[in-house]
Design a protein around this ligand. Structure first.
Ligand SMILES: O=C(CO)[C@H](O)[C@H](O)COP(=O)(O)O
Length: 220
């Protein structure tokens, strides 16, 4: 079943609790939290304090995407703040199994992320150990960018490995997801679709989520 994870990167930060309530009531499955450090990506956003502040305002899982260097240094703080799922970029991590274990030991589910230009083989040997693989369909850093269709074959590849090895993991796609692009991702095997602009830049968030689900063919 397709899950929708609204990215609060495109929400009104002055009214975050209201924005989160709006998408929860509109049928969201996860709240996606984009953490950026100004080093790994050219933008600075959210730290553990904000995760801690929003945690009491929703019962949905907080899906925390760390776009930061040295994630090991901050993983325990994000878990303590209430992150349900923590995803880290393969590109910045020298000892990936160790970092994935650190996330699990901190009490959160663990995921790995790759950028659009990173070969999918780079995460093949960690698939047994993760709860989620996030495939970026834009270069991370900003909302509102255009979907990169060359990533779709990587969703298909992860799905093929998942089926062949009976792995219990979710496949998530993030970036430029809208009514025109979502179906390619769900057809390829994506379970969780992150959407920022396509939800938070619309006046009616419930309708926006429903439109995405309909376009993805889940339709409920
Ligand atoms: O990780 C991200 C950017 O780094 C965002 O989650 C993503 O870009 C969502 O925004 P949009 O749906 O507007 O593309």
């Amino acid at each position: 079943m397709t899950k929708i994870a609204p990215s609060i990167l495109s929400a009104d930060f002055a009214q975050l609790s209201k924005e989160i309530r709006d998408v929860e009531e509109g049928g969201a499955d996860y709240i996606h939290v984009d953490v950026m450090d100004g080093h790994f990506v050219p933008n600075i956003t959210i730290g553990p304090l904000i995760v801690d502040a929003i945690r009491p305002h929703t019962s949905l899982p907080l899906d925390v995407h760390l776009m930061i260097e040295n994630p090991d240094q901050y993983i325990p703080a994000f878990a303590e703040a209430g992150a349900s799922i923590i995803t880290v970029h393969q590109e910045v991590i020298p000892h990936l199994h160790r970092t994935i274990q650190l996330i699990k030991d901190s009490g959160a589910k663990a995921g790995v992320v790759i950028n659009p230009a990173t070969p999918v083989e780079m995460v093949r040997d960690i698939l047994n150990d993760v709860d989620l693989v996030l495939l970026m369909t834009v270069n991370p850093g900003f909302g509102g960018q255009s979907f990169i269709p060359q990533v779709v074959h990587k969703i298909e590849q992860i799905d093929a490995w998942r089926k062949a090895n009976q792995l219990n993991l979710e496949i998530e796609a993030d970036g430029g997801i809208n009514r025109d692009t979502i179906r390619q991702c769900t057809d390829a095997g994506a379970d969780v679709l992150v959407a920022g602009s396509a939800i938070f830049k619309q006046a009616d968030r419930k309708q926006a989520i429903s439109n995405l689900l309909q376009a993805s063919e889940r339709g409920d």
